[in-house]
Design a binder for this molecule. Sequence first.
Ligand code: GTP
Length: 253
Amino acid sequence: MTRPQLTHIQIDNYGPWTVEPEPRREMDLQTLQSRLFADIAQFVGSRDGYAFFTRFDNMVAVTNGLDRTDHELLQESIGNRYPISVSLGTAVDPVPIEALEGATERVQAAGSAQDRARREVLGGEYRPPEAGDVSIAHFDVNDATGKYTDRLNEFDSFIRIEQAYASLMRYMREAHGALSFFVGGDNVISVVPEMTEAEYLEAIEHVSDDAGVELKVGVGFGPTPHDAGIDAKHALEDCRYDGTRVEFAGDEH
Ligand SMILES: Nc1nc2c(ncn2[C@@H]2O[C@H](COP(=O)(O)OP(=O)(O)OP(=O)(O)O)[C@@H](O)[C@H]2O)c(=O)[nH]1
């Protein structure tokens, strides 16, 4: 059984900060948000975790391998270098959405996202990494370059990919409690519970029917998100090589 550890990252009191004493230049906010994500991705990634930007003012990370001390250091380092601070809640559960629920509850219990008195909440549970604790599914659109990138303008390509992403993220959330994140180009990375090949095929069929976009997926397992994710990438290469829609890392073919 998988045991993903999810961390909910929330900028403290960010809404009021963006408009006080008066609205701040939008591109300055975009720069701050993307640099903050880059710093969090580097910090978490260097410890074999994965971070996703989601809405930028709130982010989600898979943090098997990062303990309380690591989370404290992340908070301290951001507090020292940015005009904002972050709250961090963490929880572990076999079902990714349940782990994120637990993580979010820890932040929400301490106060509102727009509560001036709530700063740098740090709460939760941390699990020392064990084999098979994390499963990552790496989805990719079949021939996105030939079908979209080389044929359509960038906005219309973007719509097609976003429609597929919206369809997949909702299906995976509702059917399996999995968390799926767009990571650029035509790629979606999902933090998943254990799922069968038939269940992955159903997800791919759903997106094909719903959004008209054809996907393939590589699935990996590991003690950390990096280990599981790199295996998923190799499995995706197996899909390309064999012309298959679903591959699990380490399967003979
Ligand atoms: N984040 C991320 N993006 C990737 C990765 N691999 C490819 N991409 C992105 O996806 C785009 C399309 O690349 P591919 O998916 O290899 O190309 P394709 O045309 O869909 O061809 P096939 O996947 O072989 O069907 C690239 O321009 C990258 O932006 C990856 O591992 N991670």
